[in-house]
Design a protein around this ligand. Structure first.
Ligand SMILES: [Zn+2]
Length: 122
């Protein structure tokens, strides 16, 4: 199982992930990836990635998978609009389904549909 960040774009997953050993400690977790840096430096190859680049990264439903060494468990944080099957798909993309995964809560993950304060400055 890997740690990292992910986005749902047109129903597809775009992710930046790495093995736990490549992660960095943040509090009592191991994390990987920087949303803004990933979005900024991505050279889009697919139509999904092109769509991703057309909007700010925080417009999309998104989240992260972290590892909690103390509990030997992976924790998934995600936008509230993502459904159970979406989360299961994320877990598959991040690796083994055998790993223990619990679902965390982080209000930071809100796409443009969930965040009533979201607006684009154009
Ligand atoms: Zn949302």
């Amino acid at each position: 199982m890997k740690v990292g960040i992910f986005f749902f774009v047109d129903g597809k997953i775009i992710m930046d992930a790495a093995p736990v050993e490549s992660g960095r400690p943040v509090g009592d977790t191991i994390q990987y990836g920087n949303e803004y840096e990933f979005w900024k430096t991505l050279h889009p190859q697919t139509s999904t990635e092109h769509s991703f680049k057309e909007w700010p990264y925080y417009a999309f439903p998104r989240g992260k998978v972290v590892y909690v060494p103390e509990k030997d468990v992976y924790r998934l944080y995600a936008d509230q609009c993502l459904k159970r099957k979406d989360l299961e798909s994320v877990i598959k993309h991040f690796g083994s389904e055998k790993a223990a995964v619990d679902i965390g809560n982080d209000q930071r993950y809100q796409c443009y549909k969930c965040n009533k304060y979201f607006h684009l400055f154009t």
